[in-house]
Design a protein around this ligand. Sequence first.
Ligand code: AMP
Length: 285
Amino acid sequence: MTDSKSIKIVYKVKDMQALSNNVKGEGKTISFVPTMGALHEGHLSLMRAAKQKGDFIVVSIFVNPTQFGPNEDFEKYTRDLEGDLKKIELIGIDAVFFPDVNEIYPQGFETYVEVEQLQKPLCGQHRPGHFKGVATVVLKLFNIVKPDIAVFGEKDYQQLQIIKKMVSDLHLEVEIVGLPIIREEDGLALSSRNAYLSDEERKRALGLSKSLREIKKSFDEGINEISELVPLGRSILDEAKIEEIDYLEIRDGQTLEQKKLAKKGDIVAVAARLQNARLIDNTKL
Ligand code: AMP
């Protein structure tokens, strides 16, 4: 364990569990924000909210190998603990859990969690095994950090639904809080992966949020046939020359089931690959 200003940096599972046990022994509540680092305002908004909700705030920084596919960006994912700590220091976090991969997945590790139905569509279809890795690491982190409250972004909408379901199905005693997407002024959702974009790709990437806005606008004007709404969004993606679209879909906001007619509370979700980055975005109707 080391200290950066007033933040404890914890590297070992046993040390984090001991720290959490001590904090709870003092009658304090723990609120927790799991991240993969490369922190931006989206992450910081979750931390500020976590601070309002609990007595002791823990942030984890762990690039989780089991949620990356073999040809994905696990190796090139930005790792910048020093830069991350500088951003966190201003918020007033109590502890950062920063484990090594071997600490979380020691040799011989073979137990995984799957949320069978919710993990299937959308990103699950295009990133096989991704949500198995996410659910597994989040359950592990919950068992290590022992939070009363855990805060997630709606940016990863399917992930949030999967975690809520896992918590409910496995009777975990943690309250899950989901918070809105933080965007750049021009609408681009903040993402650690935006750093991969060239200037030209950054401009084209605006097509994602624009397509969601177009669909929402048309829905607000009274169109509810999904077969009509989706092509409106598609045409925006085409205009922006976004060619590798994994999906643009409208689904039930909780079950993520497919439907014919859109209603309030449904989710419009998009994922597309630009040359250097796979980006996701969504909006609620
Ligand atoms: P990540 O580091 O990408 O695993 O994200 C950690 C947490 O930050 C997840 O709960 C994300 O949903 C959330 N997050 C990422 N980007 C944003 C954003 N633009 N606005 C709000 N939350 C976000």
